[in-house]
Design a protein around this ligand. Structure first.
Ligand code: ADP
Ligand code: MG
Length: 568
Protein backbone atom coordinates (compact mmCIF):
# COMPACT_ATOMS: atom_id res chain seq x y z
CA UNK A 1 0.00 0.00 0.00
CA UNK A 2 1.51 3.32 -1.03
CA UNK A 3 -1.15 5.72 0.21
CA UNK A 4 -4.19 5.84 2.37
CA UNK A 5 -7.14 5.53 0.04
CA UNK A 6 -9.94 6.37 2.43
CA UNK A 7 -12.48 8.56 0.59
CA UNK A 8 -10.15 8.25 -2.38
CA UNK A 9 -7.85 10.75 -0.61
CA UNK A 10 -4.21 10.70 0.32
CA UNK A 11 -2.56 13.02 2.82
CA UNK A 12 0.74 14.83 3.06
CA UNK A 13 2.49 12.30 5.36
CA UNK A 14 1.64 9.40 3.04
CA UNK A 15 2.52 11.39 -0.03
CA UNK A 16 5.85 12.58 1.37
CA UNK A 17 6.80 9.06 2.45
CA UNK A 18 5.88 7.78 -1.00
CA UNK A 19 7.99 10.45 -2.73
CA UNK A 20 10.98 9.62 -0.51
CA UNK A 21 10.64 5.89 -1.20
CA UNK A 22 10.33 6.48 -4.95
CA UNK A 23 13.55 8.52 -4.76
CA UNK A 24 15.38 5.64 -3.12
CA UNK A 25 15.23 6.61 0.56
CA UNK A 26 15.44 3.47 2.66
CA UNK A 27 16.10 4.78 6.15
CA UNK A 28 14.93 7.65 8.28
CA UNK A 29 16.66 8.58 11.55
CA UNK A 30 14.84 10.82 13.95
CA UNK A 31 13.09 11.78 17.13
CA UNK A 32 9.31 12.10 16.80
CA UNK A 33 6.78 14.42 18.37
CA UNK A 34 4.29 17.09 17.28
CA UNK A 35 3.59 17.43 14.35
CA UNK A 36 5.47 14.53 12.70
CA UNK A 37 4.71 11.53 14.91
CA UNK A 38 2.23 10.08 12.43
CA UNK A 39 4.51 10.82 9.52
CA UNK A 40 7.15 8.58 11.11
CA UNK A 41 4.60 5.83 11.79
CA UNK A 42 3.25 6.05 8.25
CA UNK A 43 6.73 6.00 6.70
CA UNK A 44 7.57 2.94 8.76
CA UNK A 45 4.33 1.30 7.70
CA UNK A 46 5.18 2.00 4.07
CA UNK A 47 8.59 0.33 4.30
CA UNK A 48 11.10 3.01 5.34
CA UNK A 49 13.20 1.68 8.21
CA UNK A 50 12.73 4.23 10.98
CA UNK A 51 15.58 4.44 13.49
CA UNK A 52 14.16 6.22 16.50
CA UNK A 53 17.08 7.91 18.23
CA UNK A 54 17.63 9.76 21.49
CA UNK A 55 18.82 13.12 20.19
CA UNK A 56 18.27 14.95 16.91
CA UNK A 57 21.97 15.76 16.52
CA UNK A 58 22.76 12.05 16.50
CA UNK A 59 19.93 11.37 14.05
CA UNK A 60 21.27 13.92 11.56
CA UNK A 61 24.78 12.49 12.01
CA UNK A 62 23.49 8.97 11.38
CA UNK A 63 21.74 10.09 8.20
CA UNK A 64 24.86 12.01 7.12
CA UNK A 65 26.97 8.89 7.65
CA UNK A 66 24.64 7.00 5.34
CA UNK A 67 25.07 9.79 2.78
CA UNK A 68 28.86 9.48 3.00
CA UNK A 69 28.71 5.70 2.63
CA UNK A 70 26.24 5.55 -0.25
CA UNK A 71 26.52 8.90 -2.02
CA UNK A 72 22.75 9.29 -1.67
CA UNK A 73 21.01 11.34 0.99
CA UNK A 74 19.23 9.60 3.84
CA UNK A 75 16.66 11.48 5.85
CA UNK A 76 16.69 12.80 9.40
CA UNK A 77 13.44 13.84 11.05
CA UNK A 78 12.96 16.36 13.85
CA UNK A 79 10.08 17.99 15.68
CA UNK A 80 9.63 21.75 15.71
CA UNK A 81 11.77 24.48 17.28
CA UNK A 82 14.03 22.85 19.92
CA UNK A 83 14.30 19.49 18.13
CA UNK A 84 14.91 21.29 14.88
CA UNK A 85 17.61 23.45 16.48
CA UNK A 86 19.34 20.34 17.82
CA UNK A 87 19.60 19.06 14.27
CA UNK A 88 21.07 22.23 12.82
CA UNK A 89 24.67 21.87 14.03
CA UNK A 90 25.14 18.46 12.40
CA UNK A 91 23.27 19.68 9.31
CA UNK A 92 25.97 22.32 9.00
CA UNK A 93 28.70 19.79 9.76
CA UNK A 94 27.42 17.52 7.00
CA UNK A 95 27.39 20.49 4.64
CA UNK A 96 30.95 21.42 5.59
CA UNK A 97 32.07 17.80 5.19
CA UNK A 98 30.27 17.43 1.86
CA UNK A 99 27.93 14.62 2.99
CA UNK A 100 24.52 14.48 1.32
CA UNK A 101 21.64 14.53 3.82
CA UNK A 102 18.05 15.73 3.99
CA UNK A 103 16.65 16.99 7.27
CA UNK A 104 12.89 17.24 7.53
CA UNK A 105 11.58 19.32 10.41
CA UNK A 106 8.00 19.43 11.53
CA UNK A 107 7.03 23.00 12.34
CA UNK A 108 4.15 24.91 13.88
CA UNK A 109 1.21 26.75 12.29
CA UNK A 110 2.65 29.24 9.85
CA UNK A 111 0.33 32.18 10.17
CA UNK A 112 0.65 32.12 13.96
CA UNK A 113 4.42 31.78 13.83
CA UNK A 114 4.74 34.54 11.26
CA UNK A 115 2.79 37.03 13.39
CA UNK A 116 4.79 36.06 16.49
CA UNK A 117 1.61 35.30 18.41
CA UNK A 118 3.41 32.91 20.74
CA UNK A 119 2.76 29.59 19.03
CA UNK A 120 3.71 26.27 20.65
CA UNK A 121 7.31 25.67 19.56
CA UNK A 122 6.90 28.49 17.11
CA UNK A 123 9.99 29.34 15.08
CA UNK A 124 10.57 30.45 11.50
CA UNK A 125 12.59 27.33 10.90
CA UNK A 126 13.11 27.75 7.18
CA UNK A 127 14.95 31.02 7.75
CA UNK A 128 16.96 29.64 10.65
CA UNK A 129 18.16 26.73 8.47
CA UNK A 130 19.44 28.94 5.64
CA UNK A 131 23.02 29.46 6.86
CA UNK A 132 23.22 25.89 8.14
CA UNK A 133 22.46 24.11 4.87
CA UNK A 134 23.02 24.12 1.12
CA UNK A 135 19.34 24.91 0.70
CA UNK A 136 16.37 25.45 2.94
CA UNK A 137 12.82 25.12 1.68
CA UNK A 138 9.29 24.94 2.99
CA UNK A 139 6.50 22.65 1.88
CA UNK A 140 3.41 24.84 1.79
CA UNK A 141 1.27 22.70 -0.48
CA UNK A 142 0.83 18.94 -0.63
CA UNK A 143 1.07 19.01 -4.45
CA UNK A 144 4.64 20.37 -4.19
CA UNK A 145 5.92 17.27 -2.38
CA UNK A 146 7.43 15.52 -5.44
CA UNK A 147 9.07 18.78 -6.52
CA UNK A 148 10.51 19.46 -3.07
CA UNK A 149 11.92 15.94 -2.75
CA UNK A 150 13.41 15.98 -6.25
CA UNK A 151 15.01 19.36 -5.60
CA UNK A 152 16.36 18.13 -2.27
CA UNK A 153 17.86 15.07 -3.98
CA UNK A 154 19.61 17.20 -6.60
CA UNK A 155 20.91 19.82 -4.22
CA UNK A 156 22.07 17.34 -1.57
CA UNK A 157 23.89 15.05 -4.04
CA UNK A 158 25.25 17.26 -6.81
CA UNK A 159 28.22 19.62 -6.82
CA UNK A 160 29.79 19.44 -3.38
CA UNK A 161 27.19 17.36 -1.58
CA UNK A 162 25.62 18.74 1.57
CA UNK A 163 22.58 19.19 3.76
CA UNK A 164 19.13 20.24 2.62
CA UNK A 165 16.38 21.28 5.00
CA UNK A 166 12.68 20.73 4.26
CA UNK A 167 10.25 22.48 6.57
CA UNK A 168 7.01 20.54 7.03
CA UNK A 169 4.49 22.80 8.83
CA UNK A 170 1.50 21.31 10.60
CA UNK A 171 -0.89 23.04 8.18
CA UNK A 172 0.74 21.13 5.34
CA UNK A 173 0.85 17.88 7.30
CA UNK A 174 -2.96 18.09 7.44
CA UNK A 175 -3.48 18.65 3.69
CA UNK A 176 -5.06 16.07 1.41
CA UNK A 177 -5.31 15.34 -2.29
CA UNK A 178 -7.25 12.85 -4.37
CA UNK A 179 -5.36 9.68 -5.08
CA UNK A 180 -5.67 10.22 -8.86
CA UNK A 181 -4.23 13.72 -8.66
CA UNK A 182 -1.46 12.52 -6.38
CA UNK A 183 -0.48 9.72 -8.74
CA UNK A 184 -0.59 11.96 -11.79
CA UNK A 185 1.57 14.51 -9.97
CA UNK A 186 4.28 12.08 -8.74
CA UNK A 187 7.77 12.11 -10.25
CA UNK A 188 11.32 11.42 -9.14
CA UNK A 189 14.67 13.15 -9.52
CA UNK A 190 16.55 12.31 -12.72
CA UNK A 191 20.30 11.72 -12.32
CA UNK A 192 20.68 13.79 -9.13
CA UNK A 193 24.51 13.66 -9.20
CA UNK A 194 25.42 13.94 -12.89
CA UNK A 195 29.00 13.43 -14.10
CA UNK A 196 30.96 16.59 -14.75
CA UNK A 197 34.03 16.23 -16.97
CA UNK A 198 36.96 18.64 -16.86
CA UNK A 199 38.28 20.11 -20.12
CA UNK A 200 40.78 18.13 -22.21
CA UNK A 201 43.23 21.05 -22.00
CA UNK A 202 43.26 20.94 -18.20
CA UNK A 203 43.82 17.17 -18.24
CA UNK A 204 46.76 17.54 -20.67
CA UNK A 205 48.28 20.29 -18.58
CA UNK A 206 47.98 18.28 -15.36
CA UNK A 207 49.69 15.26 -16.88
CA UNK A 208 52.47 17.36 -18.36
CA UNK A 209 53.13 18.92 -14.95
CA UNK A 210 53.22 15.50 -13.30
CA UNK A 211 55.44 14.05 -16.04
CA UNK A 212 57.97 16.83 -15.52
CA UNK A 213 57.95 16.59 -11.71
CA UNK A 214 60.91 15.32 -9.74
CA UNK A 215 58.96 14.76 -6.55
CA UNK A 216 55.29 14.32 -7.46
CA UNK A 217 52.77 13.69 -4.69
CA UNK A 218 49.08 12.80 -4.69
CA UNK A 219 46.89 13.85 -1.75
CA UNK A 220 43.69 11.82 -1.55
CA UNK A 221 40.87 13.43 0.41
CA UNK A 222 37.43 12.37 1.49
CA UNK A 223 36.02 13.86 -1.73
CA UNK A 224 37.49 10.84 -3.54
CA UNK A 225 35.73 8.58 -1.05
CA UNK A 226 32.43 10.42 -1.48
CA UNK A 227 32.88 10.15 -5.26
CA UNK A 228 33.42 6.37 -4.92
CA UNK A 229 36.46 6.74 -7.18
CA UNK A 230 38.63 4.04 -5.55
CA UNK A 231 39.15 2.02 -8.75
CA UNK A 232 40.15 5.03 -10.81
CA UNK A 233 42.46 6.42 -8.11
CA UNK A 234 44.08 3.03 -7.56
CA UNK A 235 44.65 2.61 -11.29
CA UNK A 236 46.33 6.01 -11.49
CA UNK A 237 48.65 5.33 -8.56
CA UNK A 238 49.56 1.88 -9.86
CA UNK A 239 50.31 3.17 -13.35
CA UNK A 240 52.33 6.21 -12.26
CA UNK A 241 53.87 4.96 -8.99
CA UNK A 242 53.29 8.41 -7.50
CA UNK A 243 53.43 8.35 -3.69
CA UNK A 244 50.26 9.49 -1.97
CA UNK A 245 49.07 10.95 1.34
CA UNK A 246 45.66 9.74 2.46
CA UNK A 247 43.55 12.25 4.37
CA UNK A 248 41.74 10.80 7.34
CA UNK A 249 38.48 9.69 5.75
CA UNK A 250 40.22 8.73 2.51
CA UNK A 251 42.15 6.05 4.37
CA UNK A 252 41.34 2.66 2.91
CA UNK A 253 40.43 4.04 -0.52
CA UNK A 254 43.73 2.37 -1.30
CA UNK A 255 44.68 -0.09 1.48
CA UNK A 256 46.93 1.68 4.01
CA UNK A 257 49.48 -1.12 3.54
CA UNK A 258 50.03 -0.13 -0.11
CA UNK A 259 53.72 0.65 -0.79
CA UNK A 260 52.80 4.01 -2.37
CA UNK A 261 51.32 5.31 0.90
CA UNK A 262 53.41 7.96 2.63
CA UNK A 263 51.09 8.18 5.65
CA UNK A 264 54.00 7.65 8.02
CA UNK A 265 56.29 10.12 6.22
CA UNK A 266 53.82 12.97 5.94
CA UNK A 267 56.26 15.71 6.95
CA UNK A 268 58.85 14.68 4.40
CA UNK A 269 56.30 14.14 1.65
CA UNK A 270 54.73 17.59 2.01
CA UNK A 271 58.00 19.40 2.53
CA UNK A 272 59.66 17.98 -0.57
CA UNK A 273 56.88 17.53 -3.11
CA UNK A 274 57.32 19.76 -6.15
CA UNK A 275 54.05 18.95 -7.94
CA UNK A 276 51.02 18.03 -5.87
CA UNK A 277 47.82 16.52 -7.22
CA UNK A 278 44.91 17.10 -4.82
CA UNK A 279 42.12 14.59 -5.36
CA UNK A 280 39.10 15.79 -3.40
CA UNK A 281 41.13 17.35 -0.60
CA UNK A 282 40.77 21.01 0.28
CA UNK A 283 43.77 23.17 1.08
CA UNK A 284 42.21 24.14 4.40
CA UNK A 285 43.70 24.06 7.92
CA UNK A 286 44.19 20.30 7.71
CA UNK A 287 46.77 20.79 4.98
CA UNK A 288 48.23 24.00 6.40
CA UNK A 289 46.49 25.90 3.57
CA UNK A 290 49.16 24.59 1.17
CA UNK A 291 51.69 27.15 2.35
CA UNK A 292 54.00 27.84 5.24
CA UNK A 293 56.66 25.72 6.81
CA UNK A 294 55.11 22.31 6.10
CA UNK A 295 55.34 22.80 2.36
CA UNK A 296 57.99 23.30 -0.27
CA UNK A 297 57.53 27.00 -1.16
CA UNK A 298 58.00 26.24 -4.86
CA UNK A 299 55.45 23.42 -4.99
CA UNK A 300 52.90 23.63 -7.79
CA UNK A 301 49.38 22.39 -7.24
CA UNK A 302 46.89 20.58 -9.43
CA UNK A 303 43.48 20.40 -7.78
CA UNK A 304 40.54 18.19 -8.67
CA UNK A 305 37.27 19.41 -7.21
CA UNK A 306 33.65 19.40 -8.25
CA UNK A 307 33.26 22.87 -6.75
CA UNK A 308 34.97 25.56 -8.86
CA UNK A 309 34.79 28.05 -5.99
CA UNK A 310 37.18 25.84 -4.03
CA UNK A 311 40.02 26.71 -6.40
CA UNK A 312 42.62 29.13 -5.03
CA UNK A 313 40.88 29.40 -1.68
CA UNK A 314 44.23 29.78 0.06
CA UNK A 315 46.99 29.82 -2.57
CA UNK A 316 47.67 29.67 -6.27
CA UNK A 317 46.55 26.52 -8.07
CA UNK A 318 48.58 26.07 -11.25
CA UNK A 319 46.10 23.65 -12.75
CA UNK A 320 42.46 23.55 -11.60
CA UNK A 321 40.59 20.43 -12.75
CA UNK A 322 36.92 21.12 -12.23
CA UNK A 323 34.93 17.95 -12.47
CA UNK A 324 33.74 14.92 -10.58
CA UNK A 325 36.58 12.77 -9.37
CA UNK A 326 35.47 9.57 -11.10
CA UNK A 327 35.31 11.21 -14.55
CA UNK A 328 38.45 13.24 -13.95
CA UNK A 329 40.53 10.27 -12.81
CA UNK A 330 39.24 8.30 -15.78
CA UNK A 331 40.36 11.08 -18.11
CA UNK A 332 43.77 11.23 -16.39
CA UNK A 333 44.19 7.46 -16.70
CA UNK A 334 43.30 7.61 -20.40
CA UNK A 335 45.65 10.55 -20.91
CA UNK A 336 48.58 8.50 -19.60
CA UNK A 337 48.80 6.81 -23.02
CA UNK A 338 49.68 10.12 -24.62
CA UNK A 339 51.61 11.57 -21.67
CA UNK A 340 53.17 8.79 -19.60
CA UNK A 341 53.95 9.68 -15.99
CA UNK A 342 56.31 7.78 -13.74
CA UNK A 343 57.43 8.94 -10.31
CA UNK A 344 61.26 9.12 -10.21
CA UNK A 345 62.81 6.24 -8.29
CA UNK A 346 65.05 8.54 -6.20
CA UNK A 347 62.00 10.28 -4.71
CA UNK A 348 60.31 7.01 -3.89
CA UNK A 349 63.51 5.72 -2.29
CA UNK A 350 63.93 8.84 -0.18
CA UNK A 351 60.39 8.46 1.16
CA UNK A 352 60.72 4.73 1.67
CA UNK A 353 63.76 5.15 3.91
CA UNK A 354 61.81 7.58 6.08
CA UNK A 355 58.73 5.35 6.09
CA UNK A 356 60.74 2.33 7.29
CA UNK A 357 62.40 4.41 10.00
CA UNK A 358 59.11 5.86 11.24
CA UNK A 359 57.27 2.55 11.07
CA UNK A 360 59.90 0.95 13.30
CA UNK A 361 59.52 3.71 15.91
CA UNK A 362 55.77 3.43 15.72
CA UNK A 363 55.75 -0.34 16.12
CA UNK A 364 57.74 0.00 19.33
CA UNK A 365 55.10 2.35 20.76
CA UNK A 366 52.04 0.40 19.66
CA UNK A 367 53.37 -2.94 20.90
CA UNK A 368 54.57 -1.73 24.32
CA UNK A 369 53.17 -3.76 27.21
CA UNK A 370 53.14 -0.80 29.62
CA UNK A 371 50.29 -0.85 32.11
CA UNK A 372 48.38 1.34 32.78
CA UNK A 373 48.05 1.79 29.06
CA UNK A 374 48.45 4.86 26.91
CA UNK A 375 46.63 5.55 23.65
CA UNK A 376 49.35 3.93 21.55
CA UNK A 377 49.43 0.48 23.06
CA UNK A 378 45.68 0.36 23.66
CA UNK A 379 45.05 1.19 20.01
CA UNK A 380 47.89 -1.11 18.98
CA UNK A 381 45.93 -3.93 20.62
CA UNK A 382 42.77 -2.91 18.73
CA UNK A 383 44.79 -2.82 15.50
CA UNK A 384 45.53 -6.51 15.91
CA UNK A 385 41.78 -7.11 15.75
CA UNK A 386 41.06 -4.78 12.83
CA UNK A 387 44.00 -6.24 10.88
CA UNK A 388 42.17 -9.58 11.04
CA UNK A 389 38.75 -8.17 10.05
CA UNK A 390 39.17 -5.74 7.19
CA UNK A 391 35.47 -5.08 6.75
CA UNK A 392 34.95 -3.46 10.17
CA UNK A 393 33.71 0.11 9.97
CA UNK A 394 35.34 2.57 12.36
CA UNK A 395 33.60 5.60 13.85
CA UNK A 396 36.19 7.63 15.67
CA UNK A 397 36.00 10.76 17.80
CA UNK A 398 38.09 12.45 20.45
CA UNK A 399 41.37 14.34 20.51
CA UNK A 400 44.21 11.91 21.26
CA UNK A 401 41.74 9.08 20.64
CA UNK A 402 41.18 10.52 17.16
CA UNK A 403 44.71 11.45 16.16
CA UNK A 404 46.40 8.34 17.46
CA UNK A 405 43.67 5.99 16.19
CA UNK A 406 43.95 7.52 12.73
CA UNK A 407 47.69 6.91 12.72
CA UNK A 408 47.68 3.47 14.32
CA UNK A 409 44.70 1.69 12.75
CA UNK A 410 45.22 0.74 9.13
CA UNK A 411 42.19 0.84 6.86
CA UNK A 412 41.85 -1.65 4.05
CA UNK A 413 38.56 -0.76 2.42
CA UNK A 414 37.09 2.50 1.09
CA UNK A 415 34.65 4.53 3.23
CA UNK A 416 35.22 2.40 6.32
CA UNK A 417 36.45 5.25 8.51
CA UNK A 418 34.11 7.98 9.74
CA UNK A 419 35.46 10.64 12.04
CA UNK A 420 35.32 14.20 13.36
CA UNK A 421 35.77 15.52 9.83
CA UNK A 422 36.54 18.97 8.54
CA UNK A 423 35.61 20.79 11.72
CA UNK A 424 37.12 18.26 14.10
CA UNK A 425 33.82 18.14 15.92
CA UNK A 426 32.91 15.99 18.93
CA UNK A 427 29.57 14.27 19.36
CA UNK A 428 29.36 12.76 15.89
CA UNK A 429 30.69 9.27 16.61
CA UNK A 430 27.77 7.29 17.97
CA UNK A 431 25.44 8.74 15.33
CA UNK A 432 27.96 7.82 12.63
CA UNK A 433 28.29 4.33 14.11
CA UNK A 434 24.53 3.84 14.02
CA UNK A 435 24.27 5.16 10.46
CA UNK A 436 27.07 2.83 9.33
CA UNK A 437 25.54 -0.20 11.04
CA UNK A 438 22.06 0.46 9.67
CA UNK A 439 23.34 1.18 6.16
CA UNK A 440 25.73 -1.74 5.83
CA UNK A 441 24.70 -4.37 8.38
CA UNK A 442 28.45 -4.87 8.98
CA UNK A 443 30.25 -4.75 12.33
CA UNK A 444 31.09 -1.23 13.47
CA UNK A 445 33.73 -0.28 15.99
CA UNK A 446 33.14 3.03 17.76
CA UNK A 447 36.38 4.36 19.23
CA UNK A 448 36.01 7.49 21.32
CA UNK A 449 37.64 9.35 24.14
CA UNK A 450 35.77 9.61 27.43
CA UNK A 451 34.91 13.25 26.76
CA UNK A 452 33.83 12.77 23.13
CA UNK A 453 31.61 9.85 24.12
CA UNK A 454 29.80 12.03 26.65
CA UNK A 455 28.26 14.17 23.91
CA UNK A 456 26.34 11.37 22.26
CA UNK A 457 26.63 8.39 24.60
CA UNK A 458 22.90 7.89 25.12
CA UNK A 459 22.70 6.38 21.65
CA UNK A 460 24.11 3.20 23.17
CA UNK A 461 20.48 2.55 24.10
CA UNK A 462 19.40 3.03 20.47
CA UNK A 463 22.07 0.59 19.29
CA UNK A 464 20.84 -1.99 21.81
CA UNK A 465 17.17 -1.42 20.97
CA UNK A 466 17.85 -2.04 17.27
CA UNK A 467 20.29 -4.89 17.99
CA UNK A 468 22.99 -3.19 15.92
CA UNK A 469 26.40 -4.91 15.64
CA UNK A 470 28.28 -1.99 17.19
CA UNK A 471 31.10 -2.28 19.71
CA UNK A 472 31.59 0.92 21.67
CA UNK A 473 35.15 1.39 22.86
CA UNK A 474 35.76 4.28 25.23
CA UNK A 475 39.37 5.16 26.01
CA UNK A 476 39.21 6.70 29.47
CA UNK A 477 42.02 8.97 30.55
CA UNK A 478 39.89 11.02 32.92
CA UNK A 479 38.86 14.04 30.96
CA UNK A 480 38.91 16.45 28.07
CA UNK A 481 42.21 16.00 26.25
CA UNK A 482 44.24 14.51 29.09
CA UNK A 483 42.04 15.58 31.95
CA UNK A 484 43.96 18.06 34.05
CA UNK A 485 46.16 18.06 37.08
CA UNK A 486 45.02 21.10 38.93
CA UNK A 487 42.24 23.52 39.57
CA UNK A 488 43.74 26.99 39.30
CA UNK A 489 41.27 28.28 41.86
CA UNK A 490 41.02 26.77 45.32
CA UNK A 491 37.33 25.92 45.54
CA UNK A 492 37.97 22.17 45.55
CA UNK A 493 36.07 21.57 42.32
CA UNK A 494 37.50 19.50 39.48
CA UNK A 495 39.27 21.51 36.76
CA UNK A 496 37.34 22.44 33.60
CA UNK A 497 39.04 19.55 31.82
CA UNK A 498 38.55 16.87 34.43
CA UNK A 499 35.98 14.10 34.02
CA UNK A 500 35.50 11.00 36.10
CA UNK A 501 38.43 8.59 35.94
CA UNK A 502 37.63 5.78 38.37
CA UNK A 503 34.37 4.90 36.69
CA UNK A 504 32.87 2.17 34.56
CA UNK A 505 31.33 3.51 31.36
CA UNK A 506 30.69 -0.07 30.24
CA UNK A 507 28.06 -0.42 32.96
CA UNK A 508 25.81 1.80 30.84
CA UNK A 509 25.23 -0.93 28.32
CA UNK A 510 24.25 -3.42 30.99
CA UNK A 511 21.25 -1.23 31.73
CA UNK A 512 20.17 -1.64 28.11
CA UNK A 513 20.82 -5.35 27.76
CA UNK A 514 24.13 -5.24 25.88
CA UNK A 515 27.39 -6.98 26.76
CA UNK A 516 30.05 -5.13 28.78
CA UNK A 517 33.82 -5.50 29.11
CA UNK A 518 36.42 -3.69 31.17
CA UNK A 519 40.01 -3.79 29.93
CA UNK A 520 43.17 -2.64 31.69
CA UNK A 521 45.92 -4.39 29.67
CA UNK A 522 46.68 -4.66 25.94
CA UNK A 523 45.98 -8.42 26.04
CA UNK A 524 42.54 -7.78 27.52
CA UNK A 525 41.82 -5.07 24.97
CA UNK A 526 42.67 -7.38 22.08
CA UNK A 527 40.78 -10.36 23.43
CA UNK A 528 37.68 -8.39 24.46
CA UNK A 529 37.42 -6.28 21.31
CA UNK A 530 37.88 -9.41 19.19
CA UNK A 531 35.11 -11.20 21.07
CA UNK A 532 32.83 -8.16 20.89
CA UNK A 533 33.18 -7.34 17.19
CA UNK A 534 32.80 -10.94 16.08
CA UNK A 535 29.73 -11.53 18.29
CA UNK A 536 27.37 -9.59 16.03
CA UNK A 537 25.91 -8.09 19.23
CA UNK A 538 25.91 -4.63 20.74
CA UNK A 539 28.87 -4.48 23.11
CA UNK A 540 30.85 -1.98 25.16
CA UNK A 541 34.53 -2.15 26.04
CA UNK A 542 35.75 0.37 28.60
CA UNK A 543 39.49 0.75 28.14
CA UNK A 544 41.13 2.17 31.22
CA UNK A 545 44.16 4.24 30.25
CA UNK A 546 46.63 5.88 32.56
CA UNK A 547 45.11 8.98 34.09
CA UNK A 548 46.29 12.04 32.13
CA UNK A 549 47.44 9.89 29.18
CA UNK A 550 47.80 11.88 25.95
CA UNK A 551 48.41 15.55 25.32
CA UNK A 552 46.31 18.69 25.42
CA UNK A 553 44.43 19.26 22.14
CA UNK A 554 45.85 16.02 20.70
CA UNK A 555 47.93 16.78 17.61
CA UNK A 556 46.54 20.27 17.08
CA UNK A 557 47.84 21.99 20.20
CA UNK A 558 49.32 24.62 17.90
CA UNK A 559 45.76 25.89 17.28
CA UNK A 560 45.32 26.66 20.96
CA UNK A 561 46.40 30.24 21.79
CA UNK A 562 48.48 30.36 24.95
CA UNK A 563 47.83 33.06 27.55
CA UNK A 564 50.69 35.48 28.11
CA UNK A 565 49.51 36.59 31.54
CA UNK A 566 48.54 34.52 34.53
CA UNK A 567 49.38 31.34 36.32
CA UNK A 568 49.56 28.89 33.34
P1 ADP B 1 39.80 16.02 3.34
O1 ADP B 1 39.40 16.66 4.62
O2 ADP B 1 39.72 14.56 3.36
O3 ADP B 1 41.07 16.57 2.83
P2 ADP B 1 37.98 17.81 2.13
O4 ADP B 1 36.66 17.68 2.78
O5 ADP B 1 38.85 18.91 2.57
O6 ADP B 1 38.71 16.43 2.23
O7 ADP B 1 37.80 17.97 0.58
C1 ADP B 1 36.89 17.21 -0.13
C2 ADP B 1 36.63 17.94 -1.43
O8 ADP B 1 36.08 17.00 -2.34
C3 ADP B 1 35.61 19.07 -1.29
O9 ADP B 1 36.19 20.28 -1.71
C4 ADP B 1 34.47 18.65 -2.21
O10 ADP B 1 33.97 19.73 -2.96
C5 ADP B 1 35.12 17.64 -3.12
N1 ADP B 1 34.22 16.64 -3.65
C6 ADP B 1 33.26 15.95 -3.01
N2 ADP B 1 32.66 15.07 -3.82
C7 ADP B 1 33.27 15.20 -5.02
C8 ADP B 1 33.12 14.57 -6.29
N3 ADP B 1 32.22 13.62 -6.51
N4 ADP B 1 33.93 14.94 -7.29
C9 ADP B 1 34.84 15.91 -7.10
N5 ADP B 1 35.04 16.54 -5.94
C10 ADP B 1 34.27 16.19 -4.91
MG1 MG C 1 40.10 11.96 27.55
Amino acid sequence: QTASTENNLTDAPHYLAEALIKNGVKHMYGVVGIPVTDFARIAQGMGIRFIAMRHEADAVNAAAAEGFLTGRPAVALTVSAPGFLNGLAPLKEATVNGFPVIMIGGSSTRNVVDLHEGEYEGLDQMSYAVPFSKESMRLDRIEDIPLAVARAMHIASSGRPGGVYIDFPDDTVAQTMTVEDAEANMWTATDPAPSVRPTDESIDKALEMLAAAKNPLVVIGKGAAIAQAENEVQEFINKTDIPYQPMSMAKGLIPDTDPHSTASARGMALKNADVVLLIGARLNWMLGFGRGKSWNPDAKFIQIDIDPSEMENARQIACPLVGDIKSTMKALNEGLEKTPVKAPEAWRQMLQTKIDENNAKFAARTSADTVPMGHFNALGAIKKVTDRHHDIYIANEGANSLDICRNVIDMYMPRHRLDCGTWGVMGCGTGYAIGAAVTTGKPVLYIGGDSAFGFDGMEVETACRFHLPITFVVLNNGGIYRGDFENLGNDGDPSPLTLSYDVHYEKMIEAFGGKSYYATTPEEVEQMVEEAVTSGKTCFVHVQLAIYAGSESGHIGNLNPKPVVGPL
